[in-house]
Design a protein around this ligand. Structure first.
Ligand SMILES: Nc1ncnc2c1ncn2[C@@H]1O[C@H](COP(=O)(O)OP(=O)(O)OP(=O)(O)O)[C@@H](O)[C@H]1O
Length: 267
């Protein structure tokens, strides 16, 4: 692990055991992780390896059975605006229009109407949705809805953005567009990001640090530092990167590790 800065997110030897489970099949066992500023950490692993449990711990929706989670030097003991969450199903309110969905969290925080309007419009622009503020949610495509979910999380100006399989329901083309949007936002806002996925290519493309997880018990089995996302930010195209032999070799290496885990699981 690299050295933490004062604003790091630190997960320290955390275990989570849901009722009815033993240590052997704990959702998480002895997991440690750190997200420093400027990092885009991707957690990759098969269903049931504890990815959502890990994200829920960091979001403050869940408490560990053992270990602790610290953010900016303080224990995480509940949700906070500084840790924004983008959900897989985007969790938008269909009876509100786009801008009211984006501004909802600000309204709950008591931000005055004119300011929340201005901030919501600014983040809609960041996610390339200017012009859609008055649209109803049902008028939007799946990719646009995910952009609204992303804008809503960004509106509160979180220091850490937590994304739970945000593109799982999208078609391949829209998914690639959203990956590029995440990298653009990562570059422009400098926010640290934790994204969870079970898509190997997505993980290898986006991660500055990739953590590979394995189930029963949920744990981190390997960590790999990667630079494909920084190459994208430096100006190389996504297509050029994803067809580069170095990218393909890394993807195959990660795939082999995932299959090795599964072989062990079913042996
Ligand atoms: N509320 C709960 N009560 C009991 N067991 C749970 C609960 N939530 C998750 N689990 C179990 O904990 C383990 C880890 O689940 P988790 O959802 O964190 O994994 P995941 O990697 O996100 O899976 P997926 O990719 O399918 O979403 C699984 O065995 C799951 O069945």
């Amino acid at each position: 692990m690299s050295h933490p800065d004062a604003s790091s997110l630190i997960v320290e030897r955390v275990s989570v055991q849901y009722p009815g489970h033993t240590g052997h099949d704990a959702a998480l066992r002895d997991v440690s992780l750190q997200i420093n500023s400027g990092e885009l950490v991707v957690a990759l692993g098969p269903s049931g390896c504890g990815k959502t449990t890990l994200l829920n711990l960091i979001a403050g929706f869940l408490r560990p059975s053992q270990g602790r989670v610290l953010f900016e030097g303080q224990p995480v003991d509940g949700p906070a605006a500084s840790r924004g969450v983008v959900f897989q199903d985007n969790a938008l309110l269909p009876w509100l229009n786009v801008i009211d969905n984006v501004a909802l969290g600000l309204k709950l925080q008591g931000v005055p109407a004119a300011e929340r309007q201005a901030r919501a419009l600014a983040v809609l622009k960041e996610v390339d949705l200017d012009g859609f503020a008055s649209h109803r949610i049902w008028q939007l495509s799946g990719g646009m809805r995910q952009r609204v979910g992303l804008a809503r999380a960004l509106a509160a100006n979180p220091q850490l953005l937590l994304m739970d399989e945000p593109f799982a329901a999208l078609d391949a083309f829209t998914r690639e567009q959203m990956q590029e949007l995440v990298l653009k936002l990562w570059q422009q806002t400098g926010k640290r990001i934790l994204l969870i996925t079970h898509d190997i290519e997505e993980a290898v493309f986006l991660a500055s640090e990739l953590i590979l997880m394995s189930p029963r018990p949920g744990r981190i089995v390997s960590r790999i530092a990667l630079d494909f996302s920084r190459r994208y930010i430096a100006g190389e195209s996504a297509r050029a990167i994803k067809s580069d032999p170095a990218f393909i070799a890394t993807r195959e290496h990660v795939l082999a590790q995932v299959f090795a885990q599964r072989g062990r699981e079913f042996a």
